[in-house]
Design a protein around this ligand. Structure first.
Ligand SMILES: NC(=O)c1ccc[n+]([C@@H]2O[C@H](COP(=O)([O-])OP(=O)(O)OC[C@H]3O[C@@H](n4cnc5c(N)ncnc54)[C@H](O)[C@@H]3O)[C@@H](O)[C@H]2O)c1
Length: 373
């Protein structure tokens, strides 16, 4: 059984779905591996390194025509054309943006797993690509803020005078937000953080940050540990209360997301106007509209003297570790899917395990994924 690793075709993507480390592990499972020529270059893994790990180097068509195809982004129609009936593809599928990807995959008879659908249970943590990539994004976002901000993060006492510590506010304390808090603290900033789910208070405080607490008159906690959309009244109250709080911030890292919905607006134009010249907002929700309406996706702009950064793919800026983590997540998922009997690798029944069953979005020629309304 052959595993194929094609080059990612999405613009700006530097990650790859297998590394020499995971190729070695896939080979040890009894699988053969074909890596597209130069697939790892964006992440600094050479063909030679893959070859030494036991992979064959080949062209795109052969990588896509493998029994199991590993990808970072959902397959494009031109890629699906090369996939074969009965093949399996593992990838993030961008299911919130309805298009014909799943019907094309089902039409080809490809069984597709959407990695963002893996349930967030303890047993699945080693396969959780959302967490591994958000963790990297939260770290990288703070470095970007530090790069854009014209001042020190830590308090500095020098013979040329002293500098005050930077005040960082993190909005949304999920995986990315918690890593942003930890990273900003490591750089010496004074950090406070806010989330609409009150249960994160303890986690925020355990990282040495102050918890910003408001009474919105309703809870923002939704199903499965995710946030839910607030009523219009609560949203407007939240924006008003935050506007006062954000005036004190030198840097805002905003990470607030609601699954498959536009990002909530937490930083109004009025709040931006209240911030000082040269302050920085890194809006990690830029891909889904932004937590600030002034953010422009994939651009850094200055408005009312405030620098707004709208990078939408932070993991691609840390490609070696992002690929290493992602590839390990995928390898762990593959181990759940296959079994070896008498030296022969075969697929297990995907529907028997909660993790594979929940993430299987096309199966035996049919689309299995049901969009939540
Ligand atoms: N295996 C596991 O058990 C596991 C792994 C990772 C995450 N999780 C849980 O999954 C959940 C989602 O985490 P995530 O990082 O994917 O979150 P996410 O990326 O979906 O959202 C980021 C954060 O934004 C917050 N947010 C949304 N709307 C907001 C608003 N209006 N104001 C302020 N904050 C707002 C959310 O509460 C969340 O903390 C969390 O409960 C997390 O603990 C569990």
């Amino acid at each position: 059984m052959k595993v194929g690793i094609p080059i990612e075709v999405l613009g700006g993507e530097t990650r790859v779905a297998a590394t020499p480390e995971t190729v070695k592990k896939l080979r040890a499972l009894g699988l053969s591996v074909l890596v597209e020529h130069n697939a790892g270059l964006g992440s600094h893994f050479t063909d030679e390194a893959y070859h030494q790990a036991g992979a064959e180097i080949g062209d795109k068509e052969r990588a896509l025509g493998s029994d199991i195809v590993l990808k970072v982004h959902k397959p494009e129609p031109v890629e699906i054309e090369h996939m074969k009936n009965g093949a399996v593809v593992l990838s993030m599928m961008g299911l919130c943006h309805a298009d014909d990807t799943l019907s094309l995959l089902a039409g080809k008879g490809v069984d597709a797993f959407a990695l963002e659908m893996i349930p967030r249970i303890s047993r699945a943590q080693a396969m959780d690509v959302l967490s591994s990539q958000s963790n990297i994004a939260g770290y990288r976002a703070v470095l970007e803020a530090a790069r854009l901000y014209g001042r020190f993060f830590p308090m500095m006492m020098t013979s040329a005078g002293s500098a005050k510590p930077t005040r960082v506010v993190v909005l949304g304390a999920g995986v990315a937000g918690l890593q942003a808090i930890a990273t900003a603290r490591r750089l010496g900033a004074q950090v406070s953080a806010y989330d609409v789910r009150p249960e994160v208070k303890e986690q925020i405080m355990s990282l040495g940050a102050k918890f910003i607490e408001f009474d919105l008159g309703e809870s923002g906690a939704g199903a499965g540990g995710y946030a839910r959309q607030l009523s219009a009244e609560a949203q407007s109250r939240q924006q008003q209360l935050l506007t006062d709080e954000l005036k004190k911030a030198d840097i805002i890292i905003s990470t607030a997301l609601i699954p498959c919905r536009p990002a909530p607006v937490l930083i109004t134009e009025q709040a931006v106007e209240g911030m000082h010249q040269g302050s920085v907002i890194v809006d990690m929700a830029a891909a889904t509209g932004g937590n600030c309406p002034l953010t422009e996706a994939n651009k850094t702009v200055t408005k009312h003297g405030v620098i707004l950064c709208g990078i939408t793919n932070f993991p691609a800026l840390m490609p070696s570790d992002a690929s290493a983590f992602y590839a390990r997540n995928l390898f762990n998922f593959v181990t759940l899917m296959v079994t070896t009997t008498e030296g022969q690798v075969r697929m297990k029944d995907y529907l028997e395990d909660e993790i594979t069953a929940s993430s299987l979005v096309t199966y035996k020629g049919a689309v299995r994924f049901k969009e939540k309304k």
